[in-house]
Design a protein around this ligand. Sequence first.
Ligand SMILES: *Cc1c(COP(=O)(O)O)cnc(C)c1O
Length: 371
Amino acid sequence: MNEGRVSPDRSYALISRGQLARNYRAVKAAVGPDVEVLGVVKADAYGHGAVEVSRVLEAEGARWLAVSSVEEGVALRRAGVAARILVMAGFLPRERPALAEYRLTPVVHALADIAELEAPFHLKVDTGLTRLGARCGAAEILAALAAYPSAKLEGLMTHFASAADYNSLQTAHQVEAFRQLYEALRQAGRQPAVVHTSSTNAIAYPRRAAWYNMVRPGHALYGYVSPARGEAPHKVLDVKPVLTWKAKILAVKEVPEGTLIGYGATFRAPRPMRLGVLALGYGDGLPHRLSNKGRVIAGGKLVPIVGTVSMDLTTIDLTAAPVLAPGDEVTILGEEGEARQDAQQIARQAGTISYAVLCGISPRVRRVYVE
Ligand SMILES: *Cc1c(COP(=O)(O)O)cnc(C)c1O
């Protein structure tokens, strides 16, 4: 069957393997040759496709990847991914056999869990984020390791709550708490082989004391670094978005002044308008909160969304882009001529974060991989 005929690609995402590789290299260059770069590919690689992304990162030399769940790790193994895979967000007792069968490396968040683990594991300690991670000191860790001589503590890690916020001392406190724990283990002869604490923000606004011998970027690989607060050091990372998001115009119509547009009649045309109806809605991941707020790039210009975003359709003002016709495309994320829009701009308009915009692009939006 000719797939092109069945699927008109109402909305699709172009994902640049080349830009992904360049972003990975940028992180490697920033941290230097002594620091391993683990690629975070959880949540289907922030919507970019975990299998494809993992393949690119492996081809770039990545020896470690990280996912959130056992299920995500199994999917990568079944697709032939050979790198070490760290499962960061916990596992259930019934998933233990799969950890072993698929050679996944669990992150342990409670010392009690190490009793039954055969394979090497990474221990996450809670230094202040207060999410997952063991709240324990070096003495308790050393006691647990002594009690279970078969336990293989390969890695030690923590996660920061506000690494881009230089108005706050929280990260400094977390860095110091972690350092003390690490030193105590080292002095007791229990130094783990892999030590890691830093995700994108702690790499980009360098907190070098927190890099140890591995870093864990996700957002940066996809081309994003959140803005810093306060007197942050100069950013050491230059990355660009990997994903471009497009949608087709299904219909164009001219309406007179006073026309009510969309569900709930939340928009009234203040003048005669030329409207475009896009093959895209919140069912594709366009945030509903962009109703009467967001913009898309049409004919090289940013034009407003008018009325409410509906499940499958969104209406835009095409008055400034009169040449566009049904079948033409607009850009939600990406560049056209002088105009550009990224997930951070959309997030600001929608009152959310760029991570959620990327993860929100639904499976209905076909991912197309390009160089
Ligand atoms: C998601 C996550 C990361 C990656 O964070 P980014 O901000 O996307 O770089 C790193 N470590 C842990 C534990 C995470 O949950």
